[in-house]
Design a protein around this ligand. Structure first.
Ligand SMILES: NC(=O)c1ccc[n+]([C@@H]2O[C@H](COP(=O)([O-])OP(=O)(O)OC[C@H]3O[C@@H](n4cnc5c(N)ncnc54)[C@H](OP(=O)(O)O)[C@@H]3O)[C@@H](O)[C@H]2O)c1
Length: 481
């Protein structure tokens, strides 16, 4: 399922750890091919103006300027987002902003970018509004999972595709704008084809992805996308890293560090030198670049952390795969109407002084890398493609999300992601903190020798070769946050 062909774009084949994947590289020089890729589409309707709706509507409008393919935003009655959409040039007066169901009915390609809970609650109305022969696009496998839970189906006579950017909406827009100067800057995306009624769905999805500015696009299924995406954001991308930095901060404070030092060692280590090293040189370089004495500290932290995190991610994966996590989001969606989410950055770590010296705390580095590899291993065990594994576990973290946590704070990082992600990070983050406090730290501090197997596996891990193979696809630009 990871290989495909295209009539419009050049498809490359890459070998990743003994597997073969097809990919399409993006870039502004390909925007001239978008009309061919989107043949038959005169109007794209973007439903929703959350982080993704906003970024995708703006990027597509810019990429399609002058092609005759228009982008219209559709919002629910009474939407609080009307003012921002108008301020960004989507106006009721010229018909580029309208009621979401009317826009769905008038569009050839409908991008369903309202919250996942809203998709679950209102999909019948949306499906009923679609024009026969049109194409429905989603940016997540959530709705597919909900339909499966309900025993429901996609609408008949409609092509269904997905393009799922592997980064938060804000970064999809920000990197696209940076890409005006550095061709190819953007956020990688996966795509899937669920129903293809005219034989053109793959190129339509690729055109959507290239138009968003994705440096490279790889193929997945909606089932794989949903499982890997929900796991990733609940684990190392958002919830897990939040739990990790909170528990490390607490640990360093108890050991006598000042609040600023504890922040530097627990959080700034990860968001600064560790993220930068992984982004440029891969995971193995984090350990290899440490002085020898620090490597022993890294090793102890890694060996103590790997198993508790692996067990937790395995539990999370099971709950995602069997629909439990999805039902939890749907239930939360009902509560949100009268109990809005509160910010996540209220702890001493975020309200106290912060320092960022640029030094790498080896204990923190060992914990973080072990948690990241634990997630990689669970996704690999469940048969996900390597592009999906490393985008959901590594690339999105170091190139899209952690720079926001460094420049702003954890609230900004978490709460500019989807409602699904915000809920999941709140639910699972504390589990990671507990796994470290109760299992990993006591093991690291104990006198017992630690299991050498996880570190031995790290030394020979296939992910190192995968990251090295994908490194040339990374645009030579860091996100400016
Ligand atoms: N955020 C990300 O970084 C990200 C990344 C990859 C994929 N995705 C996927 O992209 C899709 C959109 O996510 P998002 O994060 O941009 O949006 P979101 O924050 O989850 O949802 C925001 C949008 O949903 C609308 N909405 C909420 N409840 C509604 C209801 N009952 N009826 C109609 N509209 C309703 C909101 O309308 P108002 O404007 O009127 O409030 C708003 O426009 C989701 O499938 C998500 O999983 C998101």
């Amino acid at each position: 399922m990871t290989t495909f062909t295209s009539d419009v774009f050049d498809v490359e084949t890459i070998e990743l750890a003994g597997t073969t994947e097809s990919i399409v590289r993006g870039g502004r020089h390909l925007f001239g091919r978008l009309p061919a890729a989107l043949a038959g589409v005169r109007r794209i309707g973007v439903l929703g103006w959350g982080p993704q709706g906003r970024a995708q509507a703006l990027n597509l409008r810019d990429s399609l300027a002058g092609t005759g393919i228009g982008v219209t935003v559709g919002l629910r009655p009474g939407s609080a987002s009307v003012a921002d959409a108008e301020a960004n040039g989507f106006r009721r007066a010229d018909g580029t902003l309208g009621d979401w169901l009317a826009v769905a009915a008038d569009s050839d390609l409908v991008l369903l970018l309202v919250s996942d809970a809203a998709q679950a609650a209102r999909y019948r109305e949306i499906f009923a509004a679609l024009r026969p022969g049109s194409t429905l696009g989603v940016s997540h496998g959530f709705l597919a999972g909900h339909l499966a839970n309900e025993g429901a189906d996609w609408p008949a006579g409609i092509s269904v595709i997905a393009v799922c950017p592997k980064g938060m909406g804000d970064s999809v827009r920000r990197l696209y704008r940076q890409g005006a100067e550095i061709d190819g800057a953007g956020i990688n995306a996966s795509f899937a084809v669920v129903a293809d009624h005219d034989g053109h769905a793959t190129d339509r999805a690729l055109g959507w992805s290239v138009g968003l500015g994705s440096p490279y696009t790889f193929r997945t299924t909606l089932d794989d996308e949903r499982r890997s995406d929900l796991v990733g954001e609940r684990a190392i991308l958002l919830g897990g890293v939040h739990g990790i930095v909170e528990s490390l901060h607490h640990r360093y404070r108890l050991a006598g560090a000042t609040p600023a030092e504890a922040y530097d060692r627990a959080c700034a280590t990860i968001t600064g030198p560790v993220a930068r090293t992984i982004s440029r040189s891969g995971l193995a370089a984090v350990r290899a670049d440490l002085p020898a004495a620090d490597r022993a500290v890294f090793d102890r932290a890694y060996a103590a952390t790997y198993r508790p995190c692996r067990e937790l991610v395995a539990e999370l994966y099971d709950e995602v795969a069997d629909g439990t996590e999805l039902r939890s989001v749907v239930l939360a969606g009902r509560r949100l109407a009268h109990t809005p989410l509160r910010p996540v950055g209220g702890s001493a770590m975020w309200t106290g002084p912060r320092a960022a010296t640029g030094r790498t705390d080896p204990f923190t580095a060992g914990v973080f890398v072990a948690a990241m590899v634990a997630q990689i291993d669970v996704l690999a065990e469940h048969g996900h493609a390597w592009s999906e594994i490393v985008n959901e576990s590594v690339i999105e973290a170091v190139d899209s999300l952690l720079p926001y946590m460094r420049a702003r704070d954890v609230s900004y990082m978490v709460d500019n992601c989807s409602m699904t992600a915000r809920l999941g990070a709140r639910k699972w983050g504390p589990r990671f903190a507990a796994a470290l406090d109760q299992l990993a730290f006591p093991a690291a501090d104990g006198i017992e020798p630690l299991d050498p197997a996880p570190l031995a596996a790290f030394a020979d891990h296939p992910v190192h070769a995968v990251l090295a193979r994908l490194a040339p696809l990374r645009p030579p630009v860091d996100i400016s946050v």
